[in-house]
Design a protein around this ligand. Sequence first.
Ligand code: FES
Length: 105
Amino acid sequence: ASVKFIQPDGSEKIVDVPEGTSLMTAAIDNGVEGILGDCGGACSCATCHCYIDDAYFAKLPEAADVEKSMLEFAVEPKENSRLGCQVQVTEELSGLVVHIPESQY
Ligand code: FES
C-alpha cells in the first residue's frame, strides 16, 4: 500500500508499505525522518507519534486503551494523533497520508 509521509516543512515522501507493517516500521525502513520508535514498537515510548490526515483518520481501527494512554506522553497530541507502531498498514488504507510532528521530545 502506498503511504505518504509529510514533514513539518512540507516535504513529502511516498513509500510502498507491505500489508501488516506498522507506520513506525515503514518510516524507519524508508529513512523517513522524525519517527523514532525508541521502544521498538512496544507502545511504551510515544516517539513514533504522528498525525493522520483527517481524510483517513476515521478509516483506521480505533486506538486501544494502552495507545490512548501513551499518546498523552506525546508532544502536542491532537485529535488526529496516533502512535505509528500501533497502526498497521492494509491495502484498504492505500493512499494514507501521515504528518510528522515537529518533535518527538
Ligand atoms: Fe514506542 Fe511506538 S515505537 S510507542
